[in-house]
Design a protein around this ligand. Structure first.
Ligand code: AMP
Length: 597
């Protein structure tokens, strides 16, 4: 017997949810369904999103309502439009074998006329956000006098968003003897208070210990210096080539800025925040759901109710102001029994906040280290190898090219070919990361440590870092660049430190004593008709976003780039880097292509 039948769910509904892949009830379903099916209790369920709570209340509703009657019998209130649409869709799916079942979604930002029309046609279950619901009630366009069940979903979120008064007004139009079922991820005092206000002797169910986050989520934090935060974030992303993540920022502006910097740096990212129109938000969400976006950069408010499965990482680029929000953020990963990682990138002053969050979620964070450049390269290399190994080959289409391809490769051994394929992506990462600094902030006393495999120049800098507007796309190798700096800057090679050659520009270090001289000397230098520009790089990280200098650093995990990017609408970092492959370097090592300036 299907375990859902054992819980008391009837055959046609069980069939519908079996089609959705629900084979065994989740813990909350197992415990809540029998209680709710009795229809005689108020109910409080402390459960995260992603635990299967929609079915936990949705299935009993379908059992308890009379679908021969076409008036509102159940009202589900939830905080956001996204969640409202999701719940409506879910209940419709469960109800697909029930004749005459009508579920209507009522939410802001869409035509009220369409919603009024749907209501007039007859409805048993209304799923609504409070603002629009109240609007419709004020128009006297719906009658809740026969509502038997009210579900308050994500009650803590609704309170956070200031819906308390709206909820009061809405509930005052429903009968005294209706049953109220409240679900909340957390149980702050305010939620306790509304539970007390609206319910009598509710049956309480807590999944896990109170206020505990989902056990399938690993919580990690990284301590970095404030100025390295963006670089550290990118490195975490690069270290996780298959990342499908939501990145939380504190403000709309920060969200927009991070998304723009990422896009500029060639990552497959976009932002979701309140300044976007509903249409723009829908578009972003659609792309994210379809996985044509890899990183969604969002504010707390905009990301509420997002229900996307298989989110691998939640990244707290900034910690939330309200500790409670951390639970909501991290709950976007590890849904439906999957595992996930919730990452916080903090500075050492924020450690106290991590400890506070630990107390709230009842779980400890692991302190993690920002991976060094070598580790990132290795990770990317094997992700590529894995991808090549598993790629689906379209035999029919490729067939016609095989003879020519074989011919091109005829002088190469299998090993040589493999090396070359691997190098296509790997070289770009090596190039980028070979001098990558250690981004982990020192211990709490603020010491800076050096990376183990790519050490910086001793602790104190005797070097000045300069920026030059020429890079690998101008056909420079690092060796070429060293020669160029020495000959044009009129200094010896010994005075030059690290050279970080990028696509369209280069960072390089020279001894402090000669820094002015080099800048002066370059004032009169042209390169192929272009004025060579040298600037103090200040404390810009070697990996900083590049901003208006048009840095074209790569990023965004090999596997998503190229094949999953959204294409035309964004600047592609590909060109310069992709062309700058191992092959070109080998050409140079042939010897006779000495640069002339
Ligand atoms: P929810 O907490 O209701 O947002 O559910 C999270 C996800 O788990 C949704 O994608 C559901 O479709 C899925 N889900 C819920 N219950 C089950 C179940 N018993 N078996 C498999 N998946 C489920």
């Amino acid at each position: 017997m299907n375990p859902f039948s054992t819980l008391g769910i009837r055959h046609d509904i069980v069939n519908a949810i079996t089609d959705l892949g629900f084979e065994t009830p989740t813990p909350i379903q197992e415990q809540a369904i029998p209680v709710l099916l009795s229809g005689s209790n108020d109910f409080v369920g402390l459960a995260q999103t992603g635990t299967g709570k929609t079915a936990a209340f949705g299935l009993p509703l379908l059992e308890l309502l009379d679908f021969n009657q076409n008036h509102p019998q159940a009202l589900v209130l939830c905080p956001t439009r996204e969640l409202c649409l999701q719940i409506t869709k879910d209940i419709n799916n469960y109800a697909k074998n029930i004749k005459n079942a009508n579920v209507v979604a009522v939410y802001g930002g869409a035509s009220i006329m369409d919603q009024l029309r749907a209501i007039r046609k007859g409805v048993q279950i209304v799923v609504a956000t409070p603002g629009r619901m109240l609007d419709i009630l004020n128009r006297k366009a719906i009658d809740f006098s026969e509502v038997r069940f009210v579900v308050l979903d994500e009650a803590d979120e609704m309170l956070n968003m200031g819906f308390q008064e709206d909820i009061d007004s809405i509930l005052s139009t429903t009968p005294e003897d209706k049953k109220t079922w409240l679900f909340s991820a957390t149980m702050p005092m305010e939620v306790r208070r509304i539970a007390k206000k609206y319910m009598t002797d509710p049956h309480e169910l807590t999944m896990g210990t109170k206020n505990t986050g989902n056990v399938n989520i690993d919580h990690e934090y990284y301590v970095v210096r404030a100025r390295d935060k963006y670089a550290a974030f990118k490195r975490i992303v690069d270290f996780n080539p298959e990342i499908f993540g939501i990145v939380f920022c504190r403000t709309k502006i920060e969200t927009q800025e991070i998304a723009e910097a990422l896009i500029k740096d060639g990552y497959n990212a976009d932002s979701l925040h309140g300044d976007l129109s509903q249409q723009q938000r829908d578009k972003v969400m659609k792309r994210y759901r379809e996985r044509s976006l890899q990183l969604l950069i969002a504010t707390d408010v905009a990301a509420r109710g997002i229900d996307v499965n298989d989110v691998t990482h939640v990244i707290n680029y900034s910690l939330p102001d309200e500790i409670e929000n951390y639970t909501h953020r991290s709950g976007r990963t590890a849904r439906a029994g999957k595992t996930g990682v919730s990452i916080a990138i903090i500075n050492s002053k924020e450690l106290g906040k991590i400890r506070q969050i630990e107390r709230v979620i009842g779980k400890q964070f692991t302190k993690a280290e920002i991976p060094n450049g070598f580790d990132v390269c290795e990770k990317q290399l094997f992700a590529l190898v894995h991808k090549v190994h598993n790629v689906e080959v379209n035999e029919e289409q490729i067939e016609q090219y095989i003879p020519r391809i074989m011919d091109e490769f005829k002088d190469l051994s299998k090993e040589d070919i493999i090396k070359r394929f691997a190098s296509l992506e790997f070289n770009r990462f090596l190039e980028y990361y070979q001098n990558a600094p250690d981004l982990n902030a020192g211990d709490e006393r603020g010491f800076e440590r050096t990376g183990d495999r790519f050490p910086r120049n001793g602790g104190k800098s005797e070097y000045t870092r300069l920026f030059m507007n020429l890079g690998s796309v101008d056909d420079f190798t690092r060796g070429d660049m060293l020669g160029f700096i020495c000959s044009q800057g009129k200094i010896s090679g010994k005075a030059v430190g690290k050279i970080d050659l990028k696509g369209v520009y280069t960072f390089f270090e020279v001894e402090n004593a000669v820094a002015d001289q080099v800048q002066q000397a370059f004032k009169s230098v042209d390169y192929q008709g272009r004025k060579v520009r040298i600037e103090l790089a200040g404390d810009r990280g070697m990996e900083s976003s590049g901003g208006n200098r048009g840095e074209r650093s790569f990023g965004g995990g090999g596997s998503f780039r190229g094949d999953r990017r959204s294409g035309g609408d964004r600047r592609d970092s590909g060109g310069g880097f992709r062309d700058f492959s191992g092959k070109r370097r080998e050409d140079r090592s042939g010897g006779d292509r000495k640069k002339k300036w």
